[in-house]
Design a protein around this ligand. Structure first.
Ligand code: PLP
Length: 309
């Protein structure tokens, strides 16, 4: 049985469209339903399959204490009945301030804190956790921070087919698509998905965690590697770009969140979704056709501000 509730709705956003003077549609991937939903459900689905195929007995990954990804990973591992080890950056947050309270409810889950506020501190500890598990005779399946990589990206390669079917059914052809890019796995999957066909939309990612050049490299590498897995021989050119949101204007981000909430009753998190919408608002005047805005979820961030994920 599938973990994620798919297809997620594709809905026209009439009041937001009127405000922005463009035709805006929402792809509601906040409603995927694994953990608290969000984009990572699509990645974790493929990782869980690969984990089972590898004959692994423990799912190992990492991220931030409010991360969409670690919550999805913990929930998916629980649903599949497999042990899970998570590496989170920072120190254990006080009770009631993060998703760690939810993770603590899951049996067969062990959490390791790096003790450093730096996101990248997850990587060496992940290696150490993997080595310890192997010494204990376990068979770990290890996924890097955020679940980004060619296997996870397959979730959004498949999402392109889903979006195309829905768009055809609704009689709409998207000129552009907007989303937030963190570890870039989501955007890489979309780019890869559109490389399998001609005439896809321009894909625009608001880079919220990494410099634009790093995102560009990651998107290029991950999307190509995921098409290699699928043995896609012919790859069409795709128009895609990454915009810099490493240091966003908090007023613009807040205004974007308020606009979405007031016009469509959809709540965007401050770290990802609101930044992506702020980027779209800035550029809406230059877009000529319908736009798809990917709502990526991030429920834990809604309640805890933007300082971690
Ligand atoms: C709510 C939300 N939106 C978007 C993203 C970005 O996805 P990706 O890391 O695949 O770029 C994340 C990543 O954690 C997220 O939590």
């Amino acid at each position: 049985m599938a973990l994620a509730n798919l297809p997620t709705p594709l809905t026209f956003a009439p009041r937001l469209s009127e405000e922005l003077g463009s035709s805006i549609w929402l792809k509601r991937d906040d409603l995927t339903g694994v953990g608290l939903g969000g984009n990572k459900a699509r990645a974790v689905e493929f990782h869980m399959g690969a984990c089972r195929e590898a004959g692994a007995d423990v799912f190992v990954t990492g991220g931030g204490p409010r991360s969409n990804w670690v919550l999805a990973a913990a929930a998916a591992a629980a649903a599949r009945g497999i042990d899970c080890e998570l590496v989170l950056f920072g120190d254990r947050p006080p009770a009631g301030t993060s998703g760690v309270d939810l993770l603590d409810r899951v049996d067969n889950l062990r959490i390791h804190f790096t003790g450093s506020p730096v996101r990248a501190s997850v990587d060496p500890l992940l290696d150490r956790v993997e080595a310890c598990l192997r010494e204990e005779g376990r068979r770990p399946y290890v996924v890097g921070r955020g679940g980004a990589g060619p296997v996870g990206a397959l979730g959004y390669v498949a999402a392109v087919d889903e979006i195309d079917d829905q768009a055809q059914g609704a009689g709409v052809r998207f000129e552009a698509m907007w989303l937030a890019a963190g570890s870039c796995g989501t955007m890489a999957g979309l780019v890869a998905g559109y490389r399998r066909r001609t005439g896809g939309p321009r894909v625009v990612g608001a880079a919220v965690h990494r410099p634009v050049e790093e995102c560009q490299r990651r998107i290029e590498d991950i999307s190509e590697a995921s098409l290699d897995i699928l043995e896609v021989a012919h790859r069409y050119p795709v128009r895609w770009q990454v915009t810099d949101h490493l240091d966003p204007d908090p007023l613009e981000v807040d205004a974007a969140a308020r606009l979405m909430a007031s016009t469509e009753g959809v709540f965007l998190d401050p770290e990802y979704g609101s930044c992506a919408l702020a980027d779209l608002i800035r550029q809406a005047g230059e877009v000529r056709g319908p736009v798809l805005f990917l709502v990526t979820g991030g429920t834990l961030n809604l309640f805890h501000g933007s300082s971690a994920a």
